[in-house]
Each structure stands twice: as C-alpha cells, then as structure tokens.
Write a new protein. Structure first.
Lengths: 113, 243
C-alpha cells in the first residue's frame, strides 16, 4: 500500500538503533510481513533499495519473512488459513473469522557491523 | 549458512566478501518492533490531547470523488449553530478543499502530503499546534482520497468513517477490505442518484458486513439532505460519549 513511507520508517528505526546498539552499518534487515498486512513484499523490496541510498544501510540485504494469514473459526473450533480478511472458513464456510496471525509488519532483527 | 564467516548466506569467499582480520564481524541485533510503532506513538499522543479536551475526532476516508468535501460542508452547516467545529484537510496538492471549508466559517487547515498517499499522526500533531481546536469541539480530519493507505495509519481519532458513493461499485468493501474493516461507520452517499444507476444497495451492505460485522451504516445524500439527520444524530451521540 504505502511501502515507500513504511521503508522510511524502517530506516528511521535503523538510524535510531545505531546509537543504542552501537553499530556503523547495517548489512541485513529481517522483516516479518503478514499476508493480511496490506504490504506487498515486492513493492517493499523496490522501495527499500531507493530509500536506503546514502544511508548506513545502503548495502543492506532485505530479508522478508512472509507470514500466512490465520484466523480462528468458532464453528470449527480451530485455526484456519485465510488469504483475505473477509474470507469465510475454508472448511465450513462460516464467517466472521477472528484473524489471529498474518496481519503484522515488524522489524524482527538486524545484521550489523 | 556460510561455513567461513557464519553470516547466513550461501556464497564463496571471493575478495568482494573477504573478512580481513581486525574488521568488526557482523552480529545480529533483535529489534521486534512494529514498523508503524513511530506513527502509533504520535497517534497515542494525539489521542491523549483529544481526550483531555473532550473532543470528538473523526477521520473521514474514501476514494477520490465520493463527495467527502460536499458532505462535510453540509454537515458543518447543520452542526455549527450549537457545536464548535474544526477541520484538517489532507490532499496531495492545493488548498482548494480547505478554502471550501473556510467558506462555512469554521477554522480549517490544509495539509499537503506531496508524494504521500495518506496523513500521518505526526503531521496531525503539528497541525493541532496551529489550529488550536476548542475543548469539546468536533474535529473532522478529511484524509487523502484513497481507500488503501489511510487504513493502516492511526491518527488518534475516535472513529474512521468511510464514505462510499453509489456511483462507485457495490463491491468496494470486498475490494478494499482493510479500509472497511478499520472503519466503525460507513456512509453510503449520493443515494439520490439510485434511480439512475444499477447499484445494488443490499449487496453492498452485505459486503460491508462481511468484511466488518460491527460496522454501522447510514445511507444519505449530501445533495438532497436525505439521511443527514441520522448522521447528525450519530455525531451528537458520539460527542456525548467523549464528555
């Protein structure tokens, strides 16, 4: 959706953490992106490369860990996998389902030097 | 994993990737932070500001051309006699919308997002400094016309209100589920045009409920005035909850 400003937010965190964690360069950034987060991993990669130009993460590799969408179906009394927010249960067809994973966009960890 | 340096890559140790003795090796740093953490922090500050002043803040979101600004000017005309109102307008360019709002006599401030496709909480915080909304007022934030990006950015509002006009497709709620999921109220606008269109109202409402079972829905027309009283009552009820 708004991958450019998300990448700018990521870069701000890298710059902030540089002082706290005492590093000069970032060599890899690990993001967790859920399938229901509205973030397109390909667009994220594209924006990341342009946003980090001239920064401490200029040469950083972007590792995106994609998390599948998961929801609780109270009819089945079980977690089921979903690809969209509004989907009905793939097993029994009922909805609404309670989304409980796959809506995150998180910076998980960094590889730094 | 690379057996030489343990850096997680599959690679050869060519001169490009040499580990010269004395250079600091790479290490991992745990972050575990939401990418939107900074925005959420500013949004929480805004929310505290609004709560202290008992303000009702509504974040109006829609696609471009849904009639947001016309609906807003009509709403202001009906509310302004007994309610303090302020407006923050978000658009990529121009101050045309803020000028339309200012013509109603209420304070309005335009934020141009430039290349940005949505408003962010920090910009709202800065706008509050110059707008100085009154205690117990209603603040309308008219977001950038876009059904995608504004859904993820909390501004500190009490509610997102999504406006959908009947000149758009009835399947918008399932095409843009994030926005309809994030909103507490949907205003179905321009219903005076229904006789001329093939828009299936029942199907549209069913789609909205499918994405968000708790969403409230008001059908109205800013032009004919139909439904505006119900919308006005909704605002009054929400305002009473802030006191």
């Amino acid at each position: 959706m708004h991958e450019l400003s998300l990448c700018e937010s990521v870069l701000q965190v890298l710059e902030q953490q540089a002082q706290i964690e005492n590093y000069q360069t970032v060599t890899a950034v690990y993001l967790e992106i859920g399938a229901l987060s509205g973030v397109d991993p390909e667009a994220m990669r594209f924006c990341f490369d342009s946003v980090v130009q001239g920064s401490l993460a200029e040469k950083a590799r972007l590792e995106i860990i994609e998390i599948a969408g998961q929801a609780w179906c109270s009819a089945c009394n079980a977690n089921v996998l979903v690809e969209q927010r509004y989907e009905s249960c793939p097993n029994c067809g009922s909805y609404p389902l309670q989304i409980n994973d796959g809506d995150q966009m998180r910076i998980k960890q960094l590889e730094v030097a | 994993m690379c057996g030489v340096c343990g850096c997680g890559d599959q690679h050869q140790h060519s001169p490009k990737h040499s580990h010269i003795l004395g250079l600091s090796p790479t290490r991992m740093v745990k972050i575990e932070q939401d990418i939107l953490a900074k925005n959420n922090h500013y949004a929480a500050e805004n929310r505290r500001y609004f709560t202290e002043r008992q303000m009702l803040v509504l974040n109006l979101v829609s696609s471009p051309g849904s009639g947001k600004t016309t609906l807003l000017t009509e709403t202001i005309e009906r509310l302004k006699a007994d309610t303090e109102i302020a407006v923050i307008e978000g658009d990529q360019q121009t101050s045309r919308d803020a000028e339309r709002i200012s013509a109603t006599g209420v304070p309005a401030l335009q934020i141009n997002t430039g290349k940005g496709c949505h408003l962010e909480a920090q910009r709202i915080g800065l706008a509050l400094d110059s707008l100085q909304p009154k205690a117990q007022s209603v603040l309308f934030i008219e977001n950038v016309g876009n059904l995608v990006c504004p859904s993820g950015f909390d501004l500190g509002e009490a509610h997102k209100v999504v406006i959908l006009s009947v000149t758009e497709g009835e399947d918008k709620p399932i095409k843009y589920p994030d926005m309809f999921h994030a909103a507490n109220l949907m205003l179905l606008n321009k219903i005076d045009l229904l006789p001329y269109l093939d828009f299936d109202v029942e199907q549209c409402l069913a789609y909205a409920k499918q994405v968000n079972p708790n969403i409230e829905i008001i059908q109205l027309s800013a032009k004919s005035g139909q439904g505006l009283e119900e919308w006005q009552t909704w605002i009054k009820n929400q305002q009473a909850l802030q006191a």
